[in-house]
Every structure is written in structure tokens, then in C-alpha cells.
Design a protein around this ligand. Structure first.
Ligand SMILES: [Zn+2]
Length: 258
């Protein structure tokens, strides 16, 4: 199985004849770091596209990707309505309305679980507002055009692996305990949205006990809304506290084989 990190919360997963995308967001902006050289038209035949929530940094490239292939999209009702407004054929968008929704693609399975968005903390909000300055109204408008909707975390069972992807880290302890009943090979956990996100993300690892964890969404994907997150405190904490979990980092567009 091959896994490629596309920046922010975006991944491309490939195994045998199967390929799918999670939260693909490539266009970013001119000041984003690291630079993403790929564009939606570089993705051909995405297969299926799974979306964690409706915010622009998870959803806004989906219309351009689906315009060039025959992929189907799986997302919340709210994200489906956004895609319809952006001109995506509604027959290709499947709204997930049920916690535990499962789809079998004859080679891999995808399962959606209701989750929650990370709560931005006051120091982070204050710093972001200061950075945004006079760009506020324009950026607020963009944000309002992509409402969050129901947050979904996605579990994939493919090629003998169980992978769990979170696009945002607002899960309750009960939610994580429930998900922990299923053994996990690979956890994809986002490091964004809170000043102490490394503590939040480490709790995911502690409860879910994956064999491997890859952190994502730590990049400076849309300054001045975003800031690069230092991943080191997370790596140190996991190595110290979560024995049995291998932690690794990925460069943008890097592909690893598992
Ligand atoms: Zn979000």
C-alpha cells in the first residue's frame, strides 16, 4: 500500500487497483509553506474522495478534481450542499448522515464516524486575528463560503491495514474510547487549531494505540490564517509516552510504502 501526503490534511492512498483521496487541498496560496507544486489537474482518476469536514482547506479543490475524472465524493450533508453550489454533479456526491456509515468498494472498506472540530483556543485566535489584520473581511467571506458541517473521521480497511484519518482533532474522550475497540495500524492525526495541539494529538495516540502515527496539517497552508506548527513536542511526547507506536513525519508529496 502506498500513502502520499498532499499537504494540510490531504492524503492519496493506493493499493492494487484501488486509489482514493482524503481531504485533498492543493491550491493553498502564494505564501504557503512548503510550496505545493501539484494542482488539482495533476490528479488523474482519484477513485473516491473522502472528506472530514466542509472547511475550505479540506473541500475547496474537490470541484476542480471531480471536473476532470469520474470520482465520487463522500462527505457530510453540509459539505455536499457546498459542492452542489460549486457545480459538482449531485449524483456523484454521497452525503453521510449516519454515524458508522460503511461503504464497500470491493477491495477496501471505508467507514465514517461522527466527530468534532478542534476548539480554537483564545491565544491562537488572538494571534490569528492580529496576523490577518485588514485581510479580515475577505478571509471571513471565504471561511463562510465553506461551512464546517458534521465532522467525520474515516476508517479505511485496505490491503490488510486499518487506517484512521482525522481532519481535525476535537474528538471527545468517549468517542476515542469507542474507536479504540478496533485495532489500528496507522493513525493520521492533525496538528492544527490549538496552542497545545501536541498534547491533544498525543491523547489520540495514547487511547487509540496505533502501530504507527503520522502527524499532518502542521504546515503553513494559507498564511495569514495559518501558521506552521512545530511538530517536535508531539514527536518527543509520543516517543516518551506511547511505547509500541512508531511515529513518523512526511515531507509534502512524499510517498511511503507500507
Ligand atoms: Zn476545519
Amino acid at each position: 500500500m502506498k500513502l502520499q501526503w498532499l499537504g494540510t490534511a490531504g492524503f492519496q492512498i493506493e493499493a492494487g487497483d484501488h486509489r482514493f483521496l482524503i481531504d485533498p487541498y492543493l491550491t493553498r496560496n502564494a505564501n504557503s509553506k512548503p510550496v505545493q507544486s501539484m494542482r488539482p489537474h495533476d490528479i488523474c482518476d482519484a477513485g473516491q474522495i473522502f472528506i472530514s469536514h466542509g472547511h475550505f482547506d479540506h473541500l475547496s479543490d474537490v470541484p476542480a478534481i471531480t471536473a476532470m475524472d469520474s470520482s465520487n465524493v463522500y462527505c457530510s450533508k453540509t459539505a455536499a450542499a457546498t459542492l452542489a453550489r460549486k457545480g459538482v454533479d449531485k449524483n456523484r456526491v454521497h452525503a453521510v448522515t449516519e454515524d458508522g456509515y460503511t461503504a464497500d468498494f470491493g477491495g477496501y472498506k471505508a467507514q465514517a464516524f461522527f466527530s468534532r472540530h478542534v476548539k480554537f483556543d483564545i491565544p491562537l485566535v488572538a494571534r490569528t486575528l492580529w496576523q490577518i489584520g485588514s485581510n479580515g473581511p475577505r478571509l471571513l467571506n471565504m471561511h463562510l463560503g465553506y461551512p464546517k458541517g458534521q465532522v467525520l473521521s474515516w476508517r479505511f480497511m485496505i490491503d490488510g491495514f486499518t487506517i484512521h484519518h482525522f481532519g481535525t482533532a476535537g474528538s471527545t474522550p468517549e468517542e476515542l474510547e469507542r474507536l479504540a475497540s478496533h485495532p489500528l495500524d496507522l493513525l493520521l492525526v492533525p496538528l492544527q487549531g490549538h496552542t497545545r495541539i501536541y498534547d491533544v494529538a498525543c491523547e489520540y495516540v495514547r487511547v487509540l494505540k496505533p502501530r504507527m502515527v503520522i502527524a499532518h496539517h502542521q504546515d503553513d497552508f494559507y498564511p495569514p490564517i495559518s501558521t506552521a506548527v512545530n511538530i517536535d513536542p508531539f514527536l518527543i511526547k509520543v516517543r516518551k509516552q506511547c511505547h509500541g507506536t512508531e511515529v513518523r513525519t512526511m515531507e509534502i508529496n512524499e510517498t511511503i510504502t507500507l
